[in-house]
Write a protein that binds this ligand. Structure first.
Ligand SMILES: Cc1ncc(COP(=O)(O)O)c(C=O)c1O
Length: 357
């Protein structure tokens, strides 16, 4: 950690392990549990969190792209690492050598894989778009994709271990329709001669609210970081603890003594609250946030409460005792989702990992 940071994040590995284990009990049921550690584990730190997920019993990890998968291979030597965002310059040869599981959405990806890594039996999960329209093969391209995959499997280039999709999570009804489209796509793949053993479609929200989407594996992200994907329930309501807490130091008071400058701003990844809705808390007193600037924020006092003293550390979010705002509060002040609050934390903000081991 830097000698005198203005702000830092504390990352609780015991809380994360407890959340992964709670997800196994309450969101996975009989299904396998894949933990998403993409985007540097939503800003928490991919290496440490991937290790903790493995220790807490995750069956697999989701990592977005090949580079992230390769970076985590040593940390999780025996876990499936699924990556699915590819470009024509992706290194499928390196992916195959690192034994990554590849999410495949189009024929060109299969062809590039076989060109760069022939006869390596690379594990593939074919992805069907079921309504989200973000990655995944369209239904009209699916029969041709599965036929091609079956031919490449027969020649020993790939093994189709999974079929998957990602839900829109806009409503339970929409997710149920997506599940039906998914089952139709699986039937077409089986008719083409494929026999995938891992069907997966649910992330945090559907795994919680629509258990029939759990299938063989759930891919769980934001909820195990202690941040809710729902508007009507906090993560704590569901038994998950905050993993990240973010702290900024009181750097100075205004000459009038009615406002204080804290050492974190939007250049550090802090999302400015809209419409004056933000606040911080110190010893039970709330101080409204006046402005967020590049490297600091300003709070003011209301009534005759004294400002927190210079040098004091203020928890901006994630206090496990609930004295501070939650990441979800910052999300609502900034009109966004909790994922963005935690994942926006800039890489230069020191992460202090807390562990009991
Ligand atoms: C493909 C995929 N699976 C799973 C997840 C995890 O989703 P959530 O954070 O809602 O659990 C994500 C995250 O966006 C994703 O892109």
């Amino acid at each position: 950690m830097e000698l005198a940071p203005r702000c830092y994040a504390e990352i609780s590995l015991p809380a994360f392990r407890a959340n992964v284990s709670h997800a196994k009990d309450t969101l996975a049921g009989d299904a396998q549990l894949m933990i998403a550690v993409k985007s540097e584990a939503y800003g928490h730190g991919a290496q440490a969190l991937a290790r903790a997920a493995r220790e807490a019993g995750a069956d697999a990890l989701a990592v977005l792209d090949i580079a992230q998968g390769i970076a985590l291979r040593e940390t999780a030597p025996n876990l499936p690492l699924l990556c699915w965002l590819h470009s024509p310059t992706s290194d499928f040869g390196a992916a195959a050598r690192a034994r990554l599981d590849l999410g495949i959405s189009g024929r060109w990806q299969l062809d590039l894989l076989v060109e760069q890594a022939p006869a390596m039996n690379t594990r593939v999960h074919l992805k069907i778009d079921t309504g989200l329209h973000r990655n995944g093969a369209l239904a009209e391209h699916w029969p041709e994709l599965v036929r091609h995959a079956a031919a490449l499997e027969a020649e020993g280039h790939i093994t189709v271990v999974g079929i998957w999709s990602h839900l829109a999570d806009t409503s339970l009804e929409e997710d149920r329709s997506s599940l039906q489209r998914f089952q139709d796509a699986v039937a077409i793949a089986r008719d083409a001669g494929l026999s995938p053993s891992i069907l997966h479609i649910a992330a945090s929200a559907a795994a919680a609210d629509l258990p029939e989407t759990r299938l063989d594996m759930v891919r769980i992200g934001i909820i195990v970081y202690g941040v809710s994907p729902f508007d009507d329930r906090t993560a704590q309501d569901m038994g998950f603890e905050p993993v990240m807490s973010v702290h900024a130091q009181v750097l100075s008071h205004s000459p009038q003594g009615d406002s204080a400058t804290l050492g974190m701003g939007f250049g550090d990844g802090l999302l400015p609250p809209q419409d004056g809705r933000g606040w911080v808390s110190h010893h039970g007193v709330r101080y409204p946030i006046e402005t967020v600037d590049a490297d600091h924020l300003i709070i003011h006092s209301e009534g005759d409460s004294p400002l927190p003293p210079v040098g004091e550390w203020i928890t901006l979010w994630g206090d496990p005792q609930g004295a501070s705002p939650r990441a979800e509060d910052w999300a609502s002040w900034a009109n966004t989702i909790g994922d963005e609050v935690v994942a926006s934390l800039a890489p230069h903000v020191p992460r202090k990992f807390i562990d009991e081991n």
